[in-house]
Design a binder for this molecule. Structure first.
Ligand code: SF4
Length: 93
């Protein structure tokens, strides 16, 4: 009788725990609180996406964060009404 091979995508809970607790992954930082990518292993939270979450926040917002969105500031352009009028009349000619 042939032995059934384990599924390729099956990751046991033990190997997941080992993956995070061997020291390769750094725990998440305060700014990561609330992110859906954070996973709790043995009472410590780790990021499923990044090995060193602190580095992702060094230059601003983590680009994979699910709990914060970057603020987009729209700069208003001031238009001089006199110049706008001149431009409009020049186009008519
Ligand atoms: S994806 Fe970014 S914000 Fe979310 S836990 Fe990982 S490092 Fe933190």
């Amino acid at each position: 009788m042939a032995k059934k091979a384990p599924a390729k995508n099956a990751v046991s809970a033990t190997s997941t725990t080992e993956m995070y607790t061997t020291g390769t992954f750094s725990p998440i930082i305060e700014k990561c609180d609330g992110c859906e990518r954070a996973i709790e292993v043995e009472a410590t939270k780790y990021c499923r996406t990044y090995v060193n979450p602190e580095a992702k926040w060094r230059l601003g917002i983590c680009n994979f964060a699910t709990h914060v969105k970057p603020e987009i500031t729209v700069a208003k352009i001031r238009v001089n009404p006199l110049k706008a009028s001149k431009r409009a009349s020049a186009k008519k000619k």
